[in-house]
Write a protein that binds this ligand. Structure first.
Ligand SMILES: Cc1ncc(COP(=O)(O)O)c(C=O)c1O
Length: 375
């Protein structure tokens, strides 16, 4: 968000900035979803709803999760929140007491660290192996478990690395956490954007519903970032805790956005496949171009829509000491906005979002290439 605001400032000053910072689809929200919101307005569906969302939406969330992943949640095990970020914040407030430890694989989505800290918890970071595509394994998690471990947070496909956890390893992580009564939160924000392989949710494992919690979002799947609809699937006691908190904080998510979300989940799903096909094309383009930049190396993302190149060698040749400095110089001198790896817990990477057109990708990658070569 900081990068986006600095890039926005430069743009307002008339600078032609190529923006690879934003983690949001450039596609418009599909028409059927927009029409459902207009209909809700026309029908004056503009009042308070239940704090945890309308029952129709909760059923639609449970049904879609069942048909996509084979889970079996009931509406009282579901809460609708103001975006996926909100459910993660609420979960940390409800589950984490001061001093509790939360295991977070690195690189991580920037918000996890701050919401754990805000809840008084302690982040325990687990480094993954970049040469293995940032692979996470159950034994890496197991080595970091202590009597204070309360939650293990997993995000697959990952923002920022695009890594996808192997199903078997995910199952093992579940076994490691469940036998110790540790909560396993699976952030499925990018679950529909997989480049190959079948969608998988660890919540579908037999018995998993007791200790596994799904944090979900419609933001990326349906290009609905501004509508702010997310959800949690969890044991009823956890859901009830979130409802208590939410009832004094946001109350319900916006009524008309909830109606739009029902249409998103129950209506035609072709738009999701169309977006995935376009991301697939862009991924190939970006990875090919990044691999041609001297001193850059990059793992191929297996999901989501980010490339996370390691620019360590290039930084060395350029005399640049940190990814933050590289990002600052790219913005100021090459007019390309990227997110520095420090935001995600690593210091030699930059994150490039390819949720933008091939033409923009070409322009931006040309600039990065020239910057690296000319400096
Ligand atoms: C990994 C991850 N989880 C959750 C979210 C939450 O998305 P939102 O709050 O827009 O639904 C994001 C957004 O960038 C994300 O990258």
């Amino acid at each position: 968000m900081k990068v986006a605001s600095e890039a926005g400032r430069l743009k307002r000053e008339g600078v032609d900035v190529v923006d690879f910072g934003a983690g949001e689809p450039d596609f418009p929200t599909p028409d059927n979803i927009k029409r459902a919101a207009v209909k809700a307005l026309d029908e004056n569906f503009t009042k308070y709803t239940a704090v945890d969302g309308i029952v129709d939406l909760k059923k639609a969330i449970c049904d879609r999760h069942q048909s996509d992943f084979g889970t079996s949640y009931a509406p009282n095990e579901c809460v609708v929140t103001v975006g996926g970020k909100h459910v993660i914040f609420n979960l940390m407030q409800v589950l984490v007491n001061p001093g509790d430890e939360v295991i977070i694989p690195v690189p991580y989505w920037v918000t996890y660290k701050d919401v754990v800290n805000y809840a008084g918890g302690k982040c325990v970071f687990v480094n993954t192996d970049e040469s293995q595509g940032f692979a996470l394994t159950a034994s890496m998690i197991e080595r970091h478990i202590t009597p204070k471990t309360k939650v293990v947070m997993v995000n697959s496909p990952s923002n920022p690395s695009g890594a996808v956890l192997d199903d078997e390893e995910f199952r093992k992580i579940y076994q490691v956490t469940s036998k110790r009564g540790i909560w396993l939160i699976t952030d499925e924000c990018y679950c529909h954007f997989l480049y190959g392989g079948k969608p998988y949710s660890v919540a579908a494992e037999p018995g998993a519903k007791d200790t596994v919690i799904v944090a979900g979002s419609l933001s990326k799947t349906y290009a609905m970032t501004g509508w702010r609809i997310g959800f949690g699937l969890a044991p009823k006691a956890v859901i009830d805790g979130i409802i208590k908190l939410q009832s004094h904080m946001t109350s319900n998510p916006t009524s008309i956005a909830q109606k739009a979300a029902v249409e998103a989940l129950r209506g035609p799903q072709e738009s999701v496949q169309e977006m995935l096909a376009e991301y697939t094309r862009r991924r190939a383009f970006v990875i090919d171009r990044l691999r041609k930049i001297p001193g850059f190396s990059v793992q191929e993302p297996k999901g989501a829509f980010y490339a996370y190149p390691n620019a360590g060698q290039a930084m060395k040749s350029l005399g640049i000491g940190s990814a933050l400095e590289l990002a600052e110089r790219l913005l100021k001198e090459a007019h390309v906005a990227v997110v520095p790896g420090e935001a995600f817990g690593t210091d030699e990477h930059i994150r490039i979002s390819y949720a933008t057109s091939i033409a923009e990708l070409e322009r931006g990658l040309d600039r990065i290439h020239r910057f690296v070569q000319s400096a």
